[in-house]
Write a protein of this length. Structure first.
Length: 296
């Protein structure tokens, strides 16, 4: 009997109907994200949530976050550890096995690099959080909204209904995150190519895109500024290192007219008070502000 459903995920209380098994009781980001991820791999996920799998027939079923099998991490010796010290949880184990298959399914251009990025920036932190390795997640924002979906002590809500609500939120997060990741990985490749071709102290992009990862990988200390078409108006000019900033005579000026007078650039629109960002009306004036800032 199907009790609850979300897209291609169905919750059942009949072990014979179920093709997937996870634990019942309080749910966490690990088992919820694992369920959503499995729904991206398999056409239909008929899931049963149980307190244990003792004396249950689990043949031809995918069991995760319970039971000590391939996709569980609660056995005494855990179930694998990354080189950086983070143990796998169920989402990490599932991602390790099915991640590239999923990326191929959604037709990602660079599967290997996208797989590595998602594992590095998301999956391993979900693993660390679930394994209570708090030292790895201190500066990382995680989708902790999942645990907030658990029924509160003073609520009368069926557990599986709350689980379905958590699945909906996790699914929305997953879709946004995957879109973001694909954009970052593709942008990194574009920016790295631009960096290879760059012969100046400034890098010019056709439009705004994620660039910090490429700058970090390239390690070109001679490239000090990046210029791109602003989403607001004109062109943004940003500094790329803590040691580089725009001159005090424009960043500390009272108003934009003083900035224009000091720099001699009439098309200057804005200068950040911290000296890390300028805006100009044209690409030519953007290059001018860089040359002005580099002049002695």
């Amino acid at each position: 009997m199907i009790k609850n459903k979300y897209k291609n995920i169905e919750l059942t209380d009949n072990i014979k109907e179920a093709k997937f098994i996870t634990h019942s009781g309080k749910f966490h980001v690990d088992d919820v994200m694992s369920t959503i991820f499995l729904s991206k791999i398999f056409d239909k996920v008929v899931l049963i949530r149980v307190p244990s799998i003792d004396n249950k027939n689990i043949t031809n079923k995918i069991v995760y976050d319970i039971g000590g099998g391939e996709f569980d991490h609660h056995q005494k010796n855990r179930n694998g550890q990354r080189d950086n010290g983070i143990y796998y949880s169920s989402i990490g184990l599932l991602w390790r096995k099915y991640g590239k298959e999923y990326l191929k399914k959604i037709k990602v251009k660079n599967i290997d690099k996208t797989f590595e990025y998602i594992d590095l920036e998301l999956i391993q932190y979900l693993d660390a959080a679930d394994n209570m390795q708090t030292e790895y997640v201190e500066n990382k924002i995680l989708p902790d909204f999942i645990k907030l979906c658990n029924p509160e002590w003073n609520e009368r809500i069926e557990e599986n209904k709350a689980f379905i609500k958590a699945l909906k939120l996790a699914d929305e997060f997953w879709k946004v995150y995957i879109k973001h990741t694909i954009a970052v990985v593709e942008a990194t490749e574009i920016v790295l190519k631009k960096i290879e071709e760059c012969k100046d102290c400034y890098l010019i992009l056709d439009r705004e895109m994620p660039y910090k990862r490429a700058i970090s990988i390239a390690k070109r200390n001679d490239i000090k500024y990046i210029i791109f078409k602003s989403k607001r108006e004109g062109y943004d000019i940003r500094t790329l290192s803590d040691s580089c900033s725009f001159k005090d005579e424009i960043s500390k000026a009272e108003d934009i007219e003083e900035d224009r007078k000091a720099s001699g650039i009439k098309e200057l629109i804005y200068v950040d008070v911290h000296g890390k960002l300028c805006c100009t009306k044209t690409l030519e004036s953007a290059i001018q502000i860089v040359k002005y800032n580099e002049s002695i």
